[in-house]
Design a protein around this ligand. Structure first.
Ligand SMILES: Cc1cc2nc3c(=O)[nH]c(=O)nc-3n(C[C@H](O)[C@H](O)[C@H](O)COP(=O)(O)OP(=O)(O)OC[C@H]3O[C@@H](n4cnc5c(N)ncnc54)[C@H](O)[C@@H]3O)c2cc1C
Length: 288
């Protein structure tokens, strides 16, 4: 197990207050993240907020930045313009997504699925961007079968994606089974676990429902015991996530992607705990 070798990436959303947000990003830069990623609003209408946040991060933090780009409302022309904007900002990483279709929309735009977007970005910009795509250890809610969802991930990689980042999950077995499934299909790019710290239980429930992630029974029961004590839930969550990260590191996972929800303290605490625990284990391994 080697914690010092594990890389960290951190996901933000476009903030309301840029000043406060940049303080958070600067604090997290002490972890030397391999990139900061910036989400793009669910309806695809908030691309301006993403561009602004990406530009601010690029200017103020010494960390590579990765904008999320979705197919929602996108045309070939709008994506071409966006790629030029990001190339001008010296951005080298891109997260290509379909995005969630708002209920009143029947189709996404010129690109029906993320694989088509990946293919277009490669056609337009060659190898300029390192392209990441989404993966789902508990499978995407719209997929007809789990196998069809795996095949979709393969399509995105075959279209030119270099890496996949997963939806959050708390069932580590689901992730390890997923890695085996990917191996069997010949998906040979890194699959980075997406890690959602527990900040606010009610918000997490809403998120989980929205994106089809399971909150396991054991976790729900433990959290229930804390009642309304949000601090106790958050502290318990830090322990749960630290334990998950330990398992990933022990299994040789090279990168951990944190959904930071524009906060620094919880992620810093997890990484700090993780370093202490791993250092303790390494000392006892050396002794033993
Ligand atoms: C790390 C991460 C970051 C994210 N960031 C954002 C963000 O910034 N903004 C945002 O709006 N959303 C974001 N999402 C959510 C994502 O947009 C949704 O989960 C969306 O519903 C699916 O996006 P996708 O890129 O996985 O889509 P796709 O890969 O296109 O897949 C969508 C569904 O269609 C199925 N499918 C794919 N191809 C076909 C086909 N040819 N025929 C039939 N079915 C097919 C797939 O199996 C899947 O069920 C993120 C998700 C992750 C994991």
């Amino acid at each position: 197990m080697n914690a010092s070798k594990v890389k960290v990436s951190i996901e933000f959303f476009p903030p309301k207050s840029m000043e406060k947000f940049l303080d958070v990003a600067k604090k997290l830069s002490s972890l030397h993240p391999v990139f900061y990623s910036v989400t793009c609003g669910a309806s695809g209408t908030d691309q301006a907020g993403t561009v602004k946040t990406v530009a601010q991060l690029a200017q103020n933090c010494n960390v590579p930045v990765m904008p999320h780009v979705t197919c929602i409302n996108a045309t070939r022309e709008s994506i071409k313009q966006l790629l030029t904007t990001y190339t001008d900002l010296k951005i080298k990483n891109l997260m290509a997504l379909r995005g969630d279709l708002p209920s009143d929309m029947k189709s996404t735009g010129d690109f029906a699925h993320a694989n088509e977007l990946v293919k277009f970005v490669r056609q337009e910009t060659g190898d300029h961007f390192d392209i990441k795509v989404a993966a789902y250890p508990e499978f995407h809610s719209e997929a007809k079968t789990s196998q069809a969802d795996l095949e979709n991930l393969k399509r995105k990689i075959d279209a030119g994606a270099n890496c996949a980042i997963t939806q959050f999950f708390y069932n580590t077995d689901a992730f390890f089974h997923f890695l085996e499934d990917c191996d069997r299909l010949g998906i040979d790019v890194p699959i980075v676990p997406g890690i959602m710290p527990i900040y606010n239980w009610k918000r997490l429930n809403d998120f989980a429902q929205m994106c089809g992630a399971e909150l396991p029974l054991w976790l729900r029961k433990r959290v229930h015991d804390f009642g309304d004590d949000e601090k106790a839930i958050c502290d318990y969550g830090v322990g749960v996530i630290t334990g998950m990260c330990e398992k990933f590191i022990a299994a040789g996972i090279a990168q951990l992607h944190f959904y930071a929800l524009n906060q620094s303290d919880v992620v810093l605490q997890i990484i700090n705990n993780l370093s202490l625990r791993v250092a303790r284990m390494e000392r006892s391994e050396m002794r033993g």
